[in-house]
Write a protein that binds this ligand. Structure first.
Ligand code: GCB
Length: 619
């Protein structure tokens, strides 16, 4: 079979250099038609575990001394022969790193490392007739090149979305090996770009597996509740490689529903399922249905909840009913051990804390989290704001960067469109208000709507402040607001501006007739750092002062009539290279309600009370 690397993921099969700054990839376009979905429900050979690794600070594995591309690079995985030609590497006895997992927290000497690291793993494989096999990478930060048995099979840019390389033609029966170069170098034209307020955890941060599918396989579907008729599930199934007329069957056993359809000339079958006694998904009733989709020899199973989400004026309507989002922002930082979160245990802990707070919603900042997180949100009944790392000052006038953002948005939507929990796609966080930015992000909003017309699109905006006689007036009029369904706003009254009491004299003017979510607010406290008892003016960085910020913010937020949700910053302290104040920060952003070691700060209980008593937001 001809080797066909996935066209939407492969920038160029000829381009072999992983030191990408010199070799910017061709811009990509995504159709999503040959990518795998629902991978966590498909049978797979896991390649998780120990991988041999080589830290390659100078990209020696790819470049000669004159910076030419090597033909005998590390991707050849040549066996070391002490009597042969001198060879500067030897995967066979190279130290290992665990996959999944960032490299920074696995070896003390890699904590600050940014650059390329090579990964190698041997595995056994026996081909099955009429199938295709993909190497699935859950996420690799930031740029990755993959070789199988010395053949280059794909490249991917973007640290938080999955990719699947077609490795069918590169594999043979018996012993095989895969070599990946993962380069975490921050680049100006990357998404995100050079500055972020989180740790640049590098490596194969999520699961890696081999997934074999029939040569004609289900590669995309969208099954959702009709907004106009709550007794109809509608959508489509796409079968890669299927010619017009190929049958598709969708079954929901619990509803005794079985629908047969056929694909059209675009390999896509329209689906319409009458579902009268449907139990709708909501935080109070996170009902998921087992759904089976089959076409020819391919069959997949999924767990899907059915609900609608829309806006009416300044209301957010879940299943037609107004809803208030009681939330918290969460980074994919692993509790207790630190590092990138990836396991069921990480997810259980983080979302368990969100439930304990009384949340019905979480903002998964600032990039797509592990799929376990959105699956768990589905099961636990947490509505989700899902985001791509269009963060701060991207190169908004660079079309190649826009292509990267679009690719990441498409990958996120492709992976997660089957999750009822996700109600909001966010296209950006705190971007500068410039014409180039507005044009760029409006294109992103349009793409989100086009790829998924069933959900709402948002972004976290910055606000303008005007002084008033008694305090200040916050004006929300960022022109990007025109394109959004829901306006997100970040503000830090009591931390980056004014004292906590400043919230009492702040008024809000929202110049959009749309729902508003206060997507960030809060302040830092070092767990265990307390003000003296009876201190009526606790100092910054104490738990008491952080709690005070929460008290004043809650009172202020309740006065904003069109407020429909909040996700204060943030559930847990997280590692950040920008936070270098010794003794207080030590490379952690301390705005967590909980420390990275699981210690709850006073503000946790302030917010918990407001959420549980429903004294923040409408009941
Ligand atoms: C923000 C950013 C967030 C930062 C936070 C902070 O507005 O969106 O990523 O971590 O402020 O702590 O400054």
């Amino acid at each position: 079979m001809k080797q066909t690397a996935i066209r939407t993921l492969v920038f160029s099969l000829l381009l072999t250099a992983p030191a990408f700054a010199q070799n910017p990839p061709q811009s990509t376009s995504r159709t999503g038609t040959t990518l795998l979905v629902d991978v966590d429900h498909r049978p797979a050979i896991s390649l998780d575990g120990e991988w041999h690794t080589i830290v390659d600070q100078y990209s020696t594995g790819i470049y000669t001394l004159h910076q030419e591309l090597r033909k005998d690079g590390f991707f050849m995985n040549a066996p070391f022969d002490p009597n042969g030609n001198p060879q500067d590497y030897n995967f066979a006895n190279a130290p290992t790193l665990h996959v999944p997992g960032d490299w920074n927290t696995q070896r003390p000497e890699l904590l600050y490392y940014e650059g390329p690291i090579w990964y190698e793993k041997d595995f056994q494989y026996i081909a099955a007739p009429n199938t295709r096999t993909f190497l699935h990478v859950g996420a690799a930060n930031y740029r990755t090149v993959v070789w199988v048995n010395t053949k280059k099979v794909c490249e991917h840019e973007g640290g938080f979305t999955p990719f699947d390389c077609d490795v069918t033609a590169a594999l043979h029966d018996g012993n095989n090996f895969v070599v990946l170069s993962v380069d975490s170098t921050r680049i100006a034209d990357g998404v995100p770009t050079l500055q972020t307020d989180w740790w640049n955890y590098g490596g194969l941060t999520r699961d890696v597996s081999l997934v074999t599918v029939p040569s004609q396989f289900i590669d995309a579907y969208d099954l959702h509740l009709s907004r106009t008729d709550h007794s109809i599930i509608e959508g489509y199934v796409h079968v890669e490689g299927a010619s017009a007329g190929t049958p598709v069957t969708v079954t929901i056993p619990e509803l005794q529903a079985k629908v047969e359809s056929t694909v059209d000339a675009n390999s896509r079958a329209a689906i319409n399922i009458p579902a009268k006694s449907l139990s709708l998904w909501s935080p109070e009733n996170p009902k998921l249905y087992a759904v089976e989709i089959s076409s020819g020899p391919d069959r997949i199973e999924d767990s899907i909840g059915f609900r609608t989400i829309e806006t009416r004026g300044t209301e957010i309507l879940l299943n037609g009913q107004p809803v208030f989002l009681r939330g918290v922002s969460i980074h994919a930082e692993a509790p207790y051990r630190t590092g990138r979160a990836y396991s069921e245990k990480d997810v259980e802990t983080l979302l368990g804390w969100a439930k304990e707070l009384g949340c019905n919603y979480v903002r998964l900042a600032h990039y797509p989290h592990d799929e376990r997180m959105t699956r768990a949100a589905d099961r636990l009944g947490l509505m989700v704001w899902a985001e791509i790392p269009d963060y701060w000052a991207l190169q908004f006038d660079n079309p190649a960067v826009l292509a990267k953002s679009k690719q990441q948005l498409a990958e996120m939507i492709r992976r997660d469109r089957d999750k009822a929990s996700i109600i909001l796609w966010s296209v950006a966080n705190e971007t500068p208000n410039t014409e180039a930015r507005t044009k760029y992000l409006t294109a992103m909003v349009d793409l989100a709507h086009q790829l998924d017309p069933t959900r709402l699109v948002t972004a976290a905006l910055l606000v303008r402040t005007e002084k008033t006689a008694t305090g200040s007036n916050k004006i929300v009029d960022d022109p990007l607001g025109k394109a959004l369904d829901v306006i997100g706003v970040n503000e830090y009254i009591g931390w980056y501006e004014q004292h906590a009491e400043g919230a009492d004299t702040t008024t809000w003017e929202i110049r959009y007739d749309k729902p508003l979510i206060m997507s960030e607010w809060g302040g830092d406290a070092k767990a265990g750092n307390h003000a003296p008892s009876g201190d009526t003016h606790p100092a910054l960085w104490t738990e008491e002062y952080q709690a005070e910020i929460y008290h004043h913010q809650i009172a202020m937020l309740n006065k904003i009539p069109q407020l429909r949700g909040t996700s204060p910053w943030i559930l847990m302290d997280f590692r950040s290279a920008r936070r270098v104040n010794p003794g207080l920060q030590d490379n952690f952003n301390r705005k967590g309600l909980i420390s990275e070691q699981g210690v709850k700060k006073q503000a946790f209980f302030v917010l918990q009370k407001a959420y549980k008593d429903k004294t923040l937001g409408k009941a």
